[in-house]
Design a protein around this ligand. Structure first.
Ligand code: COA
Ligand code: MG
Length: 323
């Protein structure tokens, strides 16, 4: 496989205990859309998911794999994280997809329609049999009623590094289809399930990504949905169109005030006068050491996002949200 000059310099894996990687904007690109694939290098998203599943027509599966293979061979790895969504391994296309995906050396494989931990473990076994890089991660789509009901056991695998699980991805279109709940603009009937996905992800030490917004022309509605996803605790949002990248990056980046507050907390605990203290007063508010850990994580994420932006030649405004 061809490599681009920048690739080898980039930390490739979301390893446990590695600094957090920004996953604010996670764009699906159908493997069969050559024009869209050609755009990837110029896009400012944190992650690209080359899709072999829902975005590909059933009779174009082989063509999709070929298109992905030749794209990665020619273009090399993109500067952002690279994820490949395969078809379900229990179906007729999954194993061929997985072989083709592993050969492209992505950061992660995204498994659709995960119903329970067995789906992850089976994928893990298949990867081991293929001698896949041990650092290759698995991401799981939560988009079926069974997947939701088994969230606890799925997320539990996040505590086992050899299970490779790195991220839970909400599949809201399939959830709507499978359950029959109404797709209201405020997602009021989806919210409790979205919150469960975030909760499970945290219990397993995983990242959590919000579902897509289909109406890619209504960017005001999209910004509101991003803000909702951020407030629910998601790390970022899955996207279908390049116009959604900028608003997602803005919504999931810490704001100027949040960065300043985090810096003040880090500085306060670094003060030798506070070295022995578990709790201090800062600006009239109680601040504990748990807030220090939170502040450090926020600054690490902001720094990583700024690093990503630098790689892509984008003026990131120092990691500050453009709200
Ligand atoms: N990734 C990269 N580029 C994309 C893109 C994507 N997901 N979606 C659109 N583009 C490109 C188009 O190719 C087009 O390029 P051009 O200016 O060189 O012609 C440009 O952005 C503008 O696209 P636009 O005309 O606004 O949209 P479209 O009608 O071409 O495509 C969709 C609309 C919804 C079909 C397309 O965005 C898409 O396929 N999105 C992903 C769908 C998907 O993966 N679904 C599965 C997961 S839910
Ligand atoms: Mg789906």
């Amino acid at each position: 496989m061809g490599t681009c000059a920048t690739c080898d310099a980039i930390p490739r894996r979301a390893m446990k205990n590695a600094p957090p990687r920004p996953r604010r904007s996670v764009l699906y690109v159908p493997a069969t859309n050559a024009k869209a694939l050609a755009k990837i290098a110029a896009l400012a998203c944190d992650v690209v998911i080359i899709d072999l599943e829902d975005a590909v027509a059933p009779d174009a599966r082989e063509q999709a794999r070929e298109a992905m293979r030749s794209f990665v061979q020619q273009a090399g790895r993109p500067a952002c994280e690279l994820v490949i969504r395969v078809n379900s391994l229990s179906g007729e296309w999954g194993t061929e997809d997985l072989l083709a995906a592993v050969a492209c050396r992505p950061d992660a494989i995204l498994l659709p329609k995960v119903n329970g931990p067995r789906d992850i473990l089976d994928a893990n076994d298949a990867l081991d049999e293929m001698d896949a890089d041990p650092a290759l991660a698995l991401w799981a789509m939560i988009e079926t009623p069974r997947g939701l009901l088994n969230l606890r056991e799925i997320a539990e695998l996040g505590r086992n590094p050899s299970a490779r699980l790195g991220c839970l991805v909400a599949g809201t279109n399939d959830l709507l289809k499978e359950t029959g709940i109404r797709p209201t603009p405020d997602r009021r009937y989806l919210q409790s399930w979205l919150a469960q996905i975030v909760l499970a992800a945290r219990a397993g030490g995983l990242d959590a990504l919000d579902g897509v917004s289909n109406d890619f022309r209504d960017l005001a509605a999209f910004a509101a949905e991003c803000a909702q996803g951020r407030d629910l605790g998601f790390d970022g949002k899955t996207l279908i169109h390049p116009a959604q990248i900028e608003p997602a990056n803005a919504a999931f980046s810490p704001g100027e005030a949040e960065i300043a507050e985090a810096q003040a907390i880090v500085a306060a605990f670094a003060d030798p006068a506070n070295a022995e203290k578990g709790v201090i007063a800062l600006g009239g508010r109680m601040v504990e050491r748990l807030h220090l850990a939170q502040a450090e994580r926020l600054l690490a994420k902001a720094g990583a996002a700024a690093f990503n932006a630098g790689l892509q030649g984008i003026d990131f405004h120092g990691g500050v949200a453009r709200k």
